[in-house]
Write a protein that binds this ligand. Structure first.
Ligand SMILES: [Zn+2]
Ligand SMILES: [Zn+2]
Length: 165
């Protein structure tokens, strides 16, 4: 399977190495990508573990897992990375509606490991799909086709035969 982070590498040669703790991310962007892939593959514990010590106090593995499970995580687009920030858009489907979550995230090194601290959400919108509606119908072409690097994409397939569950 392709890595959810959009690298176009196989999952087991990309973010899975971080999620299974075989390797540690060496940049904020690698950590951010692996956290998106963890959402996509419902690995709530990893998302919890990669919060910094302070923000982790306000998180629960259960809440993270519920949010990860509810959504179909379609695609990640990185807009800008620096030495301590990553600006990205995450695209996901919930209740047959496509959303964009755009955030500028802050990262820090704790004991030599990159950790997610917090982020400013700069956009969180429903995206209109076909004919100006934001509800994806079962016979619509699956929205993952809009994203060339989407890990789930089956070219030209209808939603019901692709990402719909
Ligand atoms: Zn990846
Ligand atoms: Zn799809």
């Amino acid at each position: 399977m392709l890595c959810p982070c959009g690298s176009t590498l196989l999952f087991n040669t990309c973010c899975q190495l971080f999620i299974t703790q075989k390797q540690s991310p060496s940049t904020p962007e690698q950590l951010m990508r692996s956290r998106f892939s963890a959402y996509a593959t419902k690995a709530g514990q990893y998302i919890f573990d990669t919060y910094g010590a302070m923000p982790q106090l306000e998180q629960s593995v259960n809440d993270i897992q519920t949010w990860a499970d509810e959504c179909l995580w379609l695609a990640l687009v990185i807009h800008k990375s620096t030495e301590s920030t990553v600006e990205f858009s995450a695209y996901y489907i919930v209740d047959n509606t496509l959303y964009e979550l755009r955030e500028k995230s802050n990262f820090t090194l704790e004991k030599g490991q990159w950790r997610y601290i917090d982020g400013d959400i700069t956009a969180h919108n429903e995206l209109t799909f076909n004919n100006g509606t934001s509800t994806i119908k079962r016979n619509d072409i699956c929205p993952c086709n809009k994203f060339p690097t989407a890990w789930s994409a089956k070219k030209g397939k209808k939603f019901k035969n692709c990402c719909a569950r």
